[in-house]
Ligand binder design. Structure first.
Ligand SMILES: Nc1nc2c(c(=O)[nH]1)N[C@H]1C(S)=C(S)[C@@H](COP(=O)(O)OP(=O)(O)OC[C@H]3O[C@@H](n4cnc5c(N)ncnc54)[C@H](O)[C@@H]3O)O[C@H]1N2
Ligand code: MOO
Length: 419
């Protein structure tokens, strides 16, 4: 007896489709597919300002310590703590130490006005902020004077040399994503150029006789191409260079010709649509004779997936439903690129409490869309169907329901990935 088809392409009642592969297994397959791109070791050396968003290609050791010298954390008086017993003492004020100057050694019984960031003179071991002195201001230059200062422990308001990082220590590991803080560190270390993984170029092809370029008239029975803009945006935001083909019809020769015209100029081909079980599965047909396979991943949405090579170029065939293709990018391509090349970053993962209950096919990893809120709850946006573009646009998080879970109640904890 035949069971009715399941709306998500799986087996009836949310069961695993025959030979469905796990999300982890498919991610491993994507890793294997892209490994040759890493092995090519294509890197480039860039000035810091152009390296934003790239992955660092090599471990980097600190060429100097930070701070490079002991310096003052406050505008105040550099002193020797042994000169300030309990109850404080009156010290003779000597020449000031501005930031950037090389100060003379401090004699015992003296206090040197010192500015934030200035070198601690030898003989001094602490700084008293000017507002704790009496009088609580610096004397005019050249005026001989004394100042009363309170007892102060050794090391107070001194930023020790190497207290941030010592020369020779690893500053950043290979594979680190270079954001503002990482580039700022390299600048602080005096590094002007950095070796990064080069940007990968993706050829993106959307397919389907029903799909029309936005901005054109919409004939009956057709829909606009949302996948092209959706995926191109996701990829560009992730630091990839994207080349788009024209929308391919359902004729496999046309798709093959579109893809072939870019071979040699791209690192990876991503298609959408044409991978499931219909009568006109253009991507499946176009890949005929190529080392590519079409599998079903135990994931909803994004179950049907193509993977392999087209004319020697790595190929990923994402399903045609808009949410399915974005979830495919987030679940497979983004994490693999970030693990391999250090860019883009992985999505921030947080625990959240469900604002309401949900159901999920037990044998699949379900990825719902939701709005994570500041009280730590997440509200689901739309249902589980993968055509819900408006709900996707109203969400800020992907909500994960792992394999083995068929229902969750309000207040149950889920993992969310922030977008
Ligand atoms: N008998 C079965 N049918 C389907 C299965 C299945 O297992 N057995 N799986 C379903 C699932 S799940 C998905 S996902 C889709 C995947 O289908 P395809 O990758 O072959 O994609 P299409 O059939 O071409 O399109 C699916 C859907 O998405 C719309 N679409 C396609 N391209 C675009 C685009 N560029 N912009 C906007 N929308 C697009 C298309 O019109 C369809 O509605 O298959 C299920 N069927
Ligand atoms: O559930 Mo499909 O897998 O809509 O992507």
């Amino acid at each position: 007896m035949h069971s009715p088809p399941h709306p998500h392409g799986g087996a009836p009642n949310g069961g695993a489709p025959h030979q469905a592969r796990s999300v982890a297994r498919h991610r491993d397959a994507v890793t294997e597919l892209l490994a040759p791109l890493l092995a090519e070791g294509k890197t480039e050396s860039l000035p810091l300002r152009d390296a934003l968003g790239r992955g660092l290609a090599q471990d980097l050791a600190a060429p100097l310590s930070l701070p490079p010298f002991a310096n003052s954390q406050m505008d105040g008086f550099a002193i020797n703590s042994a000169d300030l017993p309990d109850g404080g003492a009156e010290l003779r004020v000597v020449d000031p130490v501005p930031a950037g100057a090389t100060p003379a050694a401090l004699d015992r019984g003296c206090a040197a006005p010192i500015m934030t960031g200035a070198v601690i003179p030898s003989g001094a071991d602490a700084v008293v902020p000017v507002e704790r002195a009496a009088p609580d201001r610096f004397p005019a230059p050249g005026v001989r004077s004394t100042v009363w200062l309170p007892a102060t422990a050794e090391g107070t308001f001194v930023r020790a040399a190497g207290s941030d990082i010592a020369a020779g220590e690893r500053a950043l590991a290979a594979g680190t994503f270079l954001g503002p803080a990482q580039l700022g560190l390299l600048a602080a270390l005096g590094i002007g150029e950095v070796t990064v993984h080069r940007t990968l170029t993706v050829l993106l092809a959307t397919t389907g006789d029903e799909v029309v370029e936005p901005g054109r008239p919409l004939p009956a029975g057709k829909i606009y191409d949302s996948n092209g803009t959706l995926l191109e945006s996701a990829m560009r935001q992730a630091g990839l260079t994207v080349v788009r083909t024209a929308i391919s019809s359902d004729r496999p020769e046309e798709l093959r010709a579109l893809l072939r015209s870019h071979i040699g100029a791209v690192d990876l081909i991503v298609t959408t649509g044409g991978v499931s079980k219909g009568a006109y599965e253009v991507v499946r047909q176009a890949m005929d004779g190529q080392p590519a396979e079409f599998v079903h991943v135990a994931m909803q949405p994004g179950g049907p997936q193509g993977i392999g090579q087209f004319e020697g170029v790595p190929f990923l065939g994402f399903p045609g439903n808009p949410v399915s293709c974005l979830v495919s990018f987030e679940m497979f391509l983004r994490p693999v690129l970030s693990d391999m090349f250090g860019s883009p970053t992985r999505r921030i993962s947080l625990p959240a409490r469900l604002a309401h209950g949900l159901t999920s096919p037990e044998h699949k990893h379900q990825v719902r869309r939701g709005s994570f809120r500041s009280d730590g709850t997440v509200r689901l946006e739309g249902g589980d169907s993968s055509h819900l573009m408006h709900a996707l646009a109203g969400s800020n998080a992907l909500v994960h329901v792992p394999v083995g879970v068929s229902a969750l109640a309000e207040g149950d904890e889920v993992e969310v990935w922030m977008s």
